[in-house]
Design a protein around this ligand. Sequence first.
Ligand code: GLN
Length: 209
Amino acid sequence: MAIHAARPAPKSAAETKPLTIGVLALQGDYDAHARAFKTSGAQTVLVRKAEELAALDGLVMPGGESTTMLKSLEKDRFFEALEEFVSTKPVFGTCAGCILLAREVKNPVQRSLGVLDATVERNAYGRQIDSTILTLPTCVPGGPLEMVFIRSPRITRVGEEVEVLARRDGFPTLVRQGQLLACTFHPEMTADTRVQSLFLDMVRANKDR
Ligand code: GLN
């Protein structure tokens, strides 16, 4: 009897079609995020209006200044549209984006989407001059990860449902909770795209459900 090499199952349309990742482009480091996600094989859209959310498979909220982003989000019911989006689709918040996702924001107290069961303290590592690059261990496969911290927030508490994927001095720097991914560093500023790939896996899983 002839032995045939196992053939991979044909890919479904959903598997082959690139994912559409929106990058919130109100302020901050959105262009670099879009470039990193393109490099990782996604289609990217810069999002400036609530109506643009409908076409997305997932959304990235970049680093920048969370107070400035909030001001823009509070116009034209964008904040409410985002609240609805985050209840059904994966969202990745980096730095200021992580602050916007958190249940509790301190230093000072600030409005947020409140979906990530965590307390986040803004500018907890000092001033801009204290920004730093560290290579730290992570559960993300592939070994230690280079993390760029810029006026970073610190995650000081996480709930039981939050999985901690990396830490700095014991404080979580990369966390996942269901369809949410958040980090206190800038993954778009290094050549390593493992964090982007992790988010794309979450987006793919949600789309295939
Ligand atoms: N300090 C900013 C804030 O509080 C966050 C810094 C960043 O996104 N790199 O919103």
